[in-house]
Unconditional design. Structure first.
Length: 259
């Protein structure tokens, strides 16, 4: 049986034979990155730092699947992608005092392998939910959550809404389970040049199953279900060196509150 390495080489060789030079080059770049990581990891050298697990090294690994290529996507140690490193950074830097005031009841929608570690800097009562993921404590549809009203102080909904057809129902459920004064941290993929959100009508495989591309009207969509916008911010606001060092996401991050 071919190893994973030889299989990837075989795919890139096929791209070369077919004249698809750009795809082959990206594939070989990903392989070269992994080789560099194997050589440098024992030395612990490099100026990139994962704010989720503390790993330090020369680069974050690129993601390459189908026609989607994202340089500097994954942490070689914990596997955290750039959106989740961004979430950890903002939770601790922007909301650290809020979480340290008291034990907050947190609902994490669509958790990843190290989601609980996102809140390691403060005591929280943590609950996670997903439609089917084995990483979630509770399985359920975001549009019909089997959770009590006004129960949570904080909801994390990270790169989820662009996958859900009935956005209004999902946002309504987030609003319902939050206590008055509770916060929700939302991140979606968006196009800052687009005035309005574009609905695709069906999931797009080329965009990892997204059903829409958000535009600059995103804040209006949140407030239409009753939320108040506290801030809307992207990693564009941060120093370029800081974004590069921690491999942060450039997508929109929005904090909203239930009145």
């Amino acid at each position: 049986m071919a190893t994973g390495f030889s299989r990837i080489v075989g795919v890139q060789a096929r791209y070369l034979r077919e004249g698809r030079l750009g795809k082959a080059l990206r594939g070989f770049t990903v392989l070269a990155e992994r080789g560099l990581m194997r050589l440098s990891q024992p030395l612990g050298v490099g100026d990139h730092v994962c704010c989720l697990c503390g790993w330090r090294g020369p680069l974050f690994l690129s993601a390459y699947a189908y026609d989607t290529y994202r340089p500097g996507a994954f942490c070689p140690q914990c596997g955290a992608s750039e959106p989740h490193r961004t979430l950890k950074f903002f939770l601790e830097q922007e909301l650290g005092d809020y979480f340290r005031e008291t034990t907050r009841a947190v609902l994490d929608i669509a958790p990843i392998a190290r989601s609980r570690d996102l809140f390691a800097f403060a005591p929280v009562a943590y609950t996670s939910v997903d439609l089917a993921s084995p990483l979630a404590q509770i399985h359920g549809d975001l549009g019909r959550l089997c959770l009590p009203d006004a129960h949570f102080d904080f909801v994390s909904c990270f790169h989820v809404l662009e996958h859900i057809a009935d956005e209004t129902a999902a946002l309504g459920e987030v609003f319902r389970v939050l206590r008055p004064g509770g916060l929700a941290l939302l991140q979606v993929s968006w196009d800052p040049c687009a005035t309005e959100t574009v609905e695709y009508g069906a999931p797009r495989e080329s965009e990892e199953g997204h059903v829409r591309r958000y535009g600059r009207d995103v804040a209006e969509r949140w407030t239409s279900v009753g939320f108040e916008t506290l801030f809307s911010r992207a990693a564009y606001d941060l120093d370029d060196a800081l974004v590069r060092r921690h491999g942060l996401d450039r997508d929109l991050l929005m904090l909203v509150r239930k009145p």
